[in-house]
Design a protein around this ligand. Sequence first.
Ligand SMILES: NC(=O)c1ccc[n+]([C@@H]2O[C@H](COP(=O)([O-])OP(=O)(O)OC[C@H]3O[C@@H](n4cnc5c(N)ncnc54)[C@H](OP(=O)(O)O)[C@@H]3O)[C@@H](O)[C@H]2O)c1
Length: 306
Amino acid sequence: MTDLDISIEPDHPAGAGGPAVSILGTGMLGTALARALLRAGHRVTVWNRTPGKADALVADGATARRTPVEAVAAGQMVITSVSTYDDVQAVLTPASDGLDGLAGRTLVNLSSGTPDQARSLAAWATEQGAAYLDGAAMSGTRLVGRPDALFLYSGDPDAFAASEAALASLGRPAYLGADPGAASVHDTALLMMNMGVLSGFYQAVALVGAAGVEAPAFAATATDYLPYATGLLADHARQIHEGRYTGDDGTLDVYVVAMGHVVDASRRLGVGIDIPATIKSLLEQGVAAGFGDDGLARLADVVAGR
Ligand SMILES: NC(=O)c1ccc[n+]([C@@H]2O[C@H](COP(=O)([O-])OP(=O)(O)OC[C@H]3O[C@@H](n4cnc5c(N)ncnc54)[C@H](OP(=O)(O)O)[C@@H]3O)[C@@H](O)[C@H]2O)c1
């Protein structure tokens, strides 16, 4: 061996499938993340506050560590998946003081919180010498590890570029820009959208259920109907962006009457009216503001208080 052949063994060597990954928090999400990374060939180290919860992962090939400090030291990429940002900070603050801390590692936080919490954690992680990515797991736990699981990320662009292949083991990674709060902003917005769709579905299930249609049968019809609704998104977004609301899909005047039918039908069938009455009220506000001839997308202005 010549002087030039001397190589230094890293303290956290990459596994066959990419960087060594440490996961802090092996609750429902952390466990699914660890499984997906193990399947993709990563060297996975796990830590969980309550010992024993990671035993099944160890049986699958992960290494469990007794402290966050030891777990952080084992990973080039450190993923946090604990309940809140306060918990993330509680776990990482001691870890950042121990061994060589977070310096030189990429911290990916997948715990849910607010955009400001994400920005503040990013600032703290940067002070520790870590590259920071904030993430949002948008598809629950069941799909984790499959390309149809959507994960949103924002933060350090270089860290995302370097981590993208490893993050793709968890699901489809979508990068939303350098603002660390962007993933959380989208997470909040998409949660709202999902709850809107599902609340509407539950109202619809109650309505058809009162007429004797069972939920599974209705779900099939509703699934056939959804492409019409999703097909409107891009066009309505364009209308909102341009501030021009064509009424060819129905005007606010038309929808006020239609939602009046939904409220009346719900009441007659003994089904709650909170959801349709709220939507009808928003439409009425739009009509009262003089937008009755505008298309449904004008409701975006009413909701936004413009
Ligand atoms: N599950 C999902 O489908 C999903 C999807 C998207 C986002 N998320 C987000 O991912 C995060 C984790 O969710 P989860 O479903 O995995 O929850 P979970 O099953 O309830 O697990 C919570 C995890 O956080 C740990 N934890 C809580 N407080 C802690 C503290 N002070 N110090 C150290 N560890 C602490 C728990 O440790 P112990 O075992 O010791 O209690 C456990 O590992 C949440 O922010 C959630 O909103 C979850």
